[in-house]
Ligand binder design. Structure first.
Ligand code: ATP
Length: 430
């Protein structure tokens, strides 16, 4: 279990403009969250790092962006339409509804009544809708509960357009929707969330070696997110708990504030998905090796990341408390490449136009170079530092009277709180 308290993270996220309750002004909508200016930048930084690591920096990956609404046959063939269920139990006393496998059913977690739960019912988590003006059986569609099916349905398109060498992967990022019975633990279990998924197509004779490679690619990526190694636990999922088609699954767990829980999954899914599509669509999903040695339906290794859980892990790892000049300080020790704001620039005082003008110049130059640079002249310097610490800004740049003489500024380091002078030139060029 992490020593960071969940309430502390939730309140920092709200106070500093990272994450707000969805539809808050109307009393909220359970399981939905809105990202504020710093939250959306943090989220994009994580998603862009993932895309760069797993798509742009590799030669064997192809990105797609499939529609969220898909033909209902996709979800019938994949089994989601009938089988994407969680066990629902209801307390006979307070009528609270819970996911059976997430609570101790001997006592209601809300009202405390003992033995108030009857047998579980299967609850389908798909959000159903109708496409077009007629609401009939034919027009049924669903908000996708995973991005993976949008990858499988484009497997043949990518093979036909790009003739990739096997093994190769198709990657997608995007929204997924699950009508979770009880959303909880901040963004950890949401009803609308974002996934980053890869289907990596392999020769079935070689799946074990490829799977091992993915175990280490994932560890490297989590390292780039700044997650401490001792908070990450690879749980080999027992055969009885795996999907029937999976021969190996690892749940990568993290020590979240609410306890150890799933951060992402890595599963060997055999040829289950492509064979389902082949059988239901009548279209061949074969892959022919370039040397003509064999033709087969590829098997699949699926690393499946959740963006919200990555954000929670990053915030949990970054949250730090220390003491500065006898006062408690809270700050986010975010890796520089993830921080929503890289530099905050301000004049020492606001009422000296020559300082303000010079500070604006420095701000513009840094912004041109780095993009995520913030102008922050609210309150006194001490307050600015506290605020930027809470956002996780690695460097605060202050323009003072000496700047007007020698073109140097003070740079204050978030982690050490030390200040040093540096020339504007070297800062903009470094
Ligand atoms: P859980 O057992 O926690 O419900 P799962 O095993 O059903 O998760 P998968 O179907 O494997 O999850 O989804 C892949 C990833 O998507 C998860 O590892 C997680 O990061 C993310 N994810 C799944 N459901 C949610 C949700 N309700 N809210 C936020 N992220 C989610």
């Amino acid at each position: 279990m992490s020593t960071t308290n969940l309430e502390t993270i939730v309140s920092l996220c709200k106070r500093r403009g990272f994450i707000y309750q969805g539809s808050e002004v109307y009393g909220g909508l359970s399981g939905t969250w809105d990202y504020g200016p710093h939250g959306v930048t943090l989220k994009k930084n994580i998603m862009n790092l993932w895309w760069k690591t797993f798509v742009e920096d590799r030669d064997d990956m192809y990105g797609v962006d499939a529609a969220i609404l898909m033909n209902q046959k996709v979800w019938q063939a994949s089994g989601h339409a009938t089988g994407f269920n969680d066990p629902l139990v209801e307390c006979s006393h307070c009528h609270g509804r819970f996911r059976e496998d997430k609570i101790d059913t001997s006592k209601c977690p809300t009202c405390g009544t003992k033995d108030s739960f009857g047998p579980a019912k299967q609850f389908n988590m798909m959000f159903k809708t109708n496409v077009g003006p007629l609401a009939d059986e034919e027009s049924i569609s669903y908000l996708r509960p995973e991005t993976a099916q949008g990858i499988f349905t484009n497997y043949k398109n990518v093979v036909d357009s790009f003739s990739p060498d096997l093994p190769f992967g198709i990657a997608q990022q995007g929204k997924a929707f699950r009508n979770e019975i009880s959303p909880r633990d901040f963004v950890f279990r949401s009803r609308e969330f974002e996934q980053m998924e890869i289907e990596y197509f392999v020769d079935p004779d070689n799946w074990e070696a490829e799977f091992e490679k993915w175990v280490s690619y994932i560890a490297d990526f989590l390292d780039k997110l700044g997650l401490p190694k001792d908070s990450i636990h690879n749980l080999e999922v027992e055969e009885a708990d795996r999907a029937h088609y999976s021969k190996r699954t690892i749940d990568v767990e993290f020590d979240f504030p609410h306890g150890r829980d799933e951060l992402l999954g890595l599963a060997y899914r055999t040829d289950f998905d492509l064979m389902n599509i082949q059988n239901n669509s009548g279209k061949k999903m074969d892959y022919r090796m370039k040397d003509g040695s064999k033709t087969f339906v590829p098997h699949v290794i699926e690393p499946s990341f959740g963006v919200e859980r990555a954000i929670m892990a990053v915030l949990t790892s970054a949250y730090t408390e220390d003491e500065v000049n006898g006062e408690k300080r809270e700050y986010l020790k975010l890796p520089e490449h993830l921080a929503p704001v890289r530099f905050a620039v301000s004049p020492l005082v606001k009422n000296k136009p020559e300082l303000v003008e010079k500070a604006k110049e420095v701000y513009q130059a840094l912004k041109k170079k780095y993009g995520n640079v913030m102008w922050d002249d609210n309150g006194n310097i001490g307050k600015r530092y506290r605020r930027q610490d809470e956002i996780g800004t690695p460097y605060c740049v202050v323009v003072d009277f000496q700047t007007l003489e020698d073109d140097t500024v003070t740079i204050r380091d978030r982690d050490t709180t030390e200040q040093k002078r540096q020339s504007i030139d070297s800062l903009v060029k470094s």
